[in-house]
Ligand binder design. Sequence first.
Ligand SMILES: C[S@@+](CC[C@H](N)C(=O)[O-])C[C@H]1O[C@@H](n2cnc3c(N)ncnc32)[C@H](O)[C@@H]1O
Length: 192
Amino acid sequence: MEGAYYKTKESVEEYIHLAKDVSGAELIEKLKPFLSQNSLLLEIGSGPGTDWRILNESYKVTGSDNSNEFLNHLINENPNGEFLELDAITLKTDKKFDGIYSNKVLHHLTDLELINSAKRQAMILNDNGIICHSFWKGEGSEIFKGLFVNYHNEVGLRDIFEDYFEILSIENYKEFEDDDSLLFIGRRSKLH
Ligand SMILES: C[S@@+](CC[C@H](N)C(=O)[O-])C[C@H]1O[C@@H](n2cnc3c(N)ncnc32)[C@H](O)[C@@H]1O
């Protein structure tokens, strides 16, 4: 579901400032046992680019976002980087990847949009491709700063992804408070 917050220069500058000391370094460590070094990795919703830079230490990364403001920032800061304008739901690209990663992005999708995204992710992954996504843990949904936020639990994530992915791990972790977040790791199933 669309919201303006990530689309204006002022709010994107605000987000970059607020998020400057946080990174998904610990999440990326959880991904590494499942995705070998130098694999082709797509990041969805790269935003400020903090995780994009960490992922680049281990993988051949393509960053992406559906916000032009974030994309301009990413390209300015990383002129040699590879970035695509991609919507998480449709993922319109002919490229194929060994892995797809996102950190606190897919909670902006409704359940139906997330099901469509999961299907597209399976289509743009190579055989045995790995997905690694973080979510806010909880029930229901709300509008926060004008943005749709969808909360998930382990059972709900299994339901959404299991048609296309073998579930490798779903772990609670702490972003701000104990167990406020979930990290989902899956492998593309042979049948889809
Ligand atoms: C909470 S921020 C997270 C950014 C970054 N991953 C991080 O960890 O700081 C959400 C990001 O997802 C992007 N985003 C939101 N909805 C999206 C969609 N449907 N497709 C692609 N990107 C989206 C926003 O533009 C923003 O960059």
